[in-house]
Ligand binder design. Structure first.
Ligand SMILES: *Cc1c(COP(=O)(O)O)cnc(C)c1O
Length: 431
């Protein structure tokens, strides 16, 4: 399959090229031209790598990576995505996406991308530089996925002071082929710098670059797999289509869910839970797209004022009205996040991370008739221990899973830079 740019001004490219390039040369994002009916052959209860072959296979068909796909999926999906009941009934479920090396859903996409890029032939001796802007979790997942992979180096850009101490540790504990940069600016500045680096012809001539942000198709496609698997499981258990509430920022995870529904998986409603950064909820109600600077919130990995993947949603559903028929979006305040973490701990004994809490809050505020009409799945995007500074004052101590504990003991190293391309180049000259 060949992928085209959302902006329509770049040649269509195959699977490997789309992953390698990250951003299309016209500044657009790669999207599939059609939707294989992957759901047709998929069976509930198959393993994630097996469902992955059905779902991603058609996209890689004819590409050099096609024959490596089973190995790539085996490496990427080597931890589970369990679906657990919340409370007594089987009507409310949580999809736990935080059992990977850095305890957030981004491990799935990052590991798939790393396993793929490592297998793409490169000119002899040429290193691949992966640039990644992060509002907290992406950088850690990408660094972990590429750490010590031969022929690759990672440059992580994060907003100075914009991530939790625990997150910062996960962004800066790697060393070796990972360079961590604290940018004096916001996440949007970090994202802009990555885009500028990509558009810079001089830099492109010197190093082979790729992006590991959710602008990269290689992050999004693997994320469709857990929606496929979980929706099939819900259908088998209840005979009904699942509705999802997805904590959303840059909209990568929610685009993956929309794509899974396009492929025919049994998904009913998709509701996006945003924090106080309300660009998307406002767009869907007013029809006016007003990107704005991001606001710092408790759910910091979702502090995005200008979500990149909205462009992919609009490639599917071209205007606010059509899009609003396909998804809804709700904004949740910090106050409501805190109250929800307390309330659901008291009611269910569940501890949410602040991001997952936005989804739980949106669910709790749905009209009862809507909650009752279908099984609902809350997408748990991170383990609460990643955000212990926020969660522990509300519910008491949160046990740290083994994968995270290991990272806490490593020494931290990073360089601070101004939010300019020159500063970025200077800091990465040694790479
Ligand atoms: C990245 C992230 C999100 C937002 O995901 P998008 O794909 O950017 O919408 C939500 N929760 C957590 C914990 C994250 O790390």
């Amino acid at each position: 399959m060949k992928f085209s740019s959302t902006r329509g001004n770049a040649p269509a490219v195959g699977f490997s090229q789309a992953l390698l390039q990250g951003l299309a040369p016209d500044g657009g994002l790669y999207v599939p031209p059609e939707w294989p009916a992957s759901a047709a052959g998929a069976v509930a209860g198959e393993s994630l790598p097996a469902i992955g072959e059905r779902v991603i296979g058609p996209f890689a068909a004819g590409d050099a990576l096609e024959s490596s796909l089973p190995a790539i999926l085996g490496e990427a999906f080597n931890f589970p995505a369990p679906l657990q009941a919340v409370g007594d009934g089987a009507r409310l479920l949580v999809l736990e996406l935080f059992h990977g090396p850095t305890a957030a859903f981004k491990d799935f996409g990052a590991r798939f991308l790393a396993a793929s890029l490592a297998r793409i032939e490169r000119a002899q001796g040429k290193t691949l530089r992966v640039l990644v802007a992060t509002s907290g979790d992406t950088g850690g997942a990408v660094a972990a996925a590429f750490h010590r992979r031969a022929g690759t180096e990672v440059v992580v850009l994060f907003p100075k002071g914009g991530v939790s101490p625990t997150q910062q540790q996960q962004l800066t504990c790697w060393g070796d082929n990972v360079t961590s940069l604290a940018v004096r600016g916001s996440f949007d500045d970090c994202q802009r710098l990555v885009k500028e680096a990509f558009m810079d012809p001089a830099l492109r001539a010197r190093v082979e670059m790729s992006s590991a942000n959710s602008i990269n198709l290689g992050r999004l496609l693997p994320q469709t797999v857990y929606y496929a698997a979980s929706s099939l499981a819900v259908m088998r258990a209840t005979g009904q289509r699942a509705c999802y509430v997805i904590p959303s920022g840059n909209l990568g995870n929610s685009v993956a869910c929309l794509w899974a529904r396009e492929m025919g998986f049994p998904i009913q409603r998709i509701v996006l839970a945003h924090n106080a950064n309300r660009t998307v909820p406002d767009f869907l109600t007013t029809g006016q797209l007003l990107p704005r600077p991001s606001i710092a919130t408790l759910a910091s990995a979702m502090d995005v004022g200008n979500p990149s993947n909205l462009e992919r949603m609009l490639a599917l559903y071209p205007d606010a009205r059509t899009l609003a028929e396909q998804v809804s979006a709700v904004s949740v305040s910090d106050e409501a996040i805190r109250a929800r973490i307390r309330a659901d701990f008291a009611r269910y004994g569940q501890v949410w991370c602040p991001h997952t809490a936005t989804a739980a809050e949106v669910y709790a505020n749905l009209p009862a008739a809507e909650r009752d009409a279908h099984p609902w799945v809350l997408v748990a995007t991170a383990h609460p221990a990643k955000f212990r500074e926020i969660v522990e004052p509300l519910v008491g101590s949160v046990p740290v899973p083994e994968n995270l504990r290991r990272l806490y003991d490593l020494p931290s190293q990073f360089t601070e830079i101004d939010p300019t391309l020159t500063a970025l180049q200077h800091a990465t000259d040694h790479c």
